[in-house]
Design a binder for this molecule. Sequence first.
Ligand code: ZN
Length: 344
Amino acid sequence: MSSQGQASWVVVGLDNGGTSNSATVLDSSGRFLVDELFESPSRVREGPAVAIAALGESLARVLQHTGVPRESVRAVGLGTPGPASADGVICSKGATNFSEPEWHGFDFRAALEGQIDIPVVYNNDGNAAALYAHDSYFGRDAPLRSSVSAIVGTGLGGGVIEAGRVIRGAAGMAGELGHIHIPLQGLLAEDQPVPECNCGLGGDVESIASLTGIEKNLLPYWLERFPGHDLHRAASLAEAARLVRGYGVAEDPLALKIFEQQAMALGRLFTIASNFVDPDAYFVGGGVVEASPEFNQWFLATVRRHTSLRVEQVETVAFALIAHLDMAGARGAALAAVQWLDRT
Ligand SMILES: [Zn+2]
């Protein structure tokens, strides 16, 4: 930084999604230069070459938008949905957003770096969002704190942060919170079948606490218990699953059953986390808590009620909702790029 406190360099954060890339710029004083969601088409369905070019375009556009010269960019943080290695190689079996064969085993990080000729730092989007949640909640204390974030969307994403940094794991698979088995006794109704996850496990967190879990597992069961319910008239289960949140906000009994089971699943996940990493904070984000303030607080309180902590932990722990989640992927990717610069 110069003597006037002017930022002398920046990093750019790029979050690659199924339809859009989101971009942000973070300057060397720690200030985000983009206040709103800044998006452009991701074109991932057109294959790697088109998608990499689209990310280059996102970079150019966000620099133009903020008036930052390209020479000031020291690094680019990239986030994509997983599964991918810690270095950004897409899983050899592909992934939901990267199903075409050319993506399998594709080195996303290296390809983008080759395209833009700026160092690229990779994190999966769940870890990036967890880093942003951690940093925005703790501020200056972020390097001293730990947290676990669970983000309920189509799947269940998130991450684990220790001393302000993402725990990535040996193979890059740490923080895959959705595929942790949880005890189901007392969570499921007596005659409720064990929920199944797309990963092949029965009764993991994602099989319950995700939009996919609602559609495949929770809604089919609970609809049978509520024969006259409006949602029987939805065009499809997928459509009905998307409508459940609105019913939850209106305190509809069927919807509350579903969200209570989701909150219990997260509470049981956090109970496991409390013994593994004993974090300072637990964060919850995603579509499930993008509802009314009353509903969001009810959901968070229900998660907390189902998290079994020791007395010593209860005294210091925090539970919070992740705000600005739509920008969390890009912002977290940018924060990770700054951490990488600090280390090199
Ligand atoms: Zn799973």
